[in-house]
Design a protein around this ligand. Structure first.
Ligand SMILES: Cc1cc2nc3c(=O)[nH]c(=O)nc-3n(C[C@H](O)[C@H](O)[C@H](O)COP(=O)(O)O)c2cc1C
Length: 316
């Protein structure tokens, strides 16, 4: 039995954004097969409770992959074991985050520099769960296909079930175009499934990534924040069908506003609404003005009213 559905589509892990409300919004359009949590700090996971933590919230776990970050094998194991208890689809280890505040601890892509520790982390996490275990990596610290394949082969030999490749180097950060040729190269050197990630902006991009690289799945990050309905459109493109009509943006944004209110305390909901609006407003020519106006509001109600007023004026 294969690990994922054919041509599997994933929503990427994104701090402050790939939370339960965005997951629900994306689910409402269908098409996305598997969701990732925000990265979960393994210094904190062992003491967090789902009832109180703003990170351990979900409506369904059967299509959810918890991503953990850290580099202490015991804390990683303990966190994976606890998260495994919530019956997720799988567990993912973050070895791709490039931010200094993460790598300075040796976490995220810091682990791509420390092979023995990366191996120890995976061996420990593997003992904690029988569910699909993935690792999200980058190309590495340099443009070196052989080094990338050696690292990923070590992960495969350590018991990892699939790899997600964000096709940029650590030094690239989020700049430069993703280098999809590395996804194809990784696919050629591994037996386990490879999920490609980086710069999917249209449904056609996803079709091209599948065709060009032979990858088993495609992960979408920023464009899924801008167009939460993109997975539905990718599925249509893969089937050679025309995409359905785009939903009304105001309805999409108001639905996220409602979902944030349902799932988070008011202050957290407001903060996350403002963060999300930065992305959703990119559908509008003058969206930055809308974001600015909503960011001045102090309550969820006022933020919602500001948004409705904006759309009533018919400004796009
Ligand atoms: C706001 C933001 C937060 C992110 N947080 C995470 C994270 O928590 N874990 C992770 O592995 N990657 C994280 N990423 C990287 C994305 O998962 C993804 O690899 C990257 O955005 C490239 O995909 P895209 O071109 O489809 O956006 C983040 C990216 C963004 C834009």
């Amino acid at each position: 039995m294969s690990l994922f559905p054919g041509n599997a589509l994933f929503m990427a892990p994104m701090v402050d954004l790939s939370h339960v409300a965005y997951q629900e919004l994306v689910r409402s359009f269908s098409g996305c097969d598997l969701f990732y949590s925000e990265m979960l700090n393994t210094r904190i996971v062992p003491v967090e409770k789902p009832q109180t933590s703003i990170y351990l919230r979900w409506t369904s776990t059967s299509d959810l992959i918890f991503q953990i970050v850290g580099n202490d094998p015991e804390k990683m194991r303990e966190s994976a074991e606890k998260l495994d208890g919530y019956d997720p689809f799988g567990i993912d280890v973050n070895m791709g985050c490039w931010l200094k505040k993460v790598t300075c601890h040796g976490w995220g892509s810091g682990l791509m520099k420390d092979v023995p520790r990366a191996h120890a982390v995976i061996s420990a996490v593997r003992k904690a769960t029988k569910r699909p275990l993935s690792v999200k990596i980058r190309i590495g610290h340099a443009l070196d296909m052989a080094a990338m394949c050696d690292f990923a082969s070590m992960l495969e030999a350590s018991g990892v079930d699939s790899i997600v490749l964000h096709a940029r180097t650590v030094e690239d950060g989020m700049s430069r175009k993703a280098r999809w040729e590395y996804i194809g190269a990784l696919k050629d050197c591994l037996k386990i499934p490879v999920v490609g990630n980086g710069d999917i902006h249209t449904p056609e991009d996803a079709v091209t990534m599948f065709r060009q690289t032979g990858c088993d799945g495609v992960m979408v990050g920023r464009q899924a924040l801008i167009q939460p309905w993109i997975f539905r459109d990718i599925k249509a493109a893969l089937a050679g069908e025309q995409a359905p009509e785009a939903p009304r943006l105001v309805d999409v944004i108001l639905d996220l506003h409602r979902l944030l209110g349902v799932h988070f305390p008011a202050e957290v909901a407001l903060k996350r609404f403002k963060t999300a609006l930065f992305w959703l407003s990119q559908n509008l020519a003058f969206g930055h003005h809308l974001t600015k106006a909503v960011c001045r509001e102090k309550t969820m109600d006022d933020a919602g009213a500001c948004l409705e007023g904006w759309f009533e004026q018919g400004i796009t």
